[in-house]
Design a protein around this ligand. Structure first.
Ligand SMILES: [Zn+2]
Length: 55
């Protein structure tokens, strides 16, 4: 528990509940939350939320 990386990972458990990690970037790059989707500010990857599709 001495490295900052491990510390970050521990805190990540809380963050993940709010923000989804980018499946492309991974490595603690989180998606920006939108109403119906999540986007990655780093690679531009967009993931639409499940369950509700645009009409
Ligand atoms: Zn990304």
């Amino acid at each position: 528990m001495s490295s900052t990386h491990k510390k970050y990972k521990t805190e990540g458990d809380k963050i993940v509940r709010l923000k989804k990690e980018c499946e492309r970037c991974g490595n603690a790059v989180y998606m920006a939350e939108h109403k119906d989707r999540q986007t990655c500010g780093k690679c531009g990857f967009t993931q639409y939320k499940r369950g509700r599709k645009a009409s």
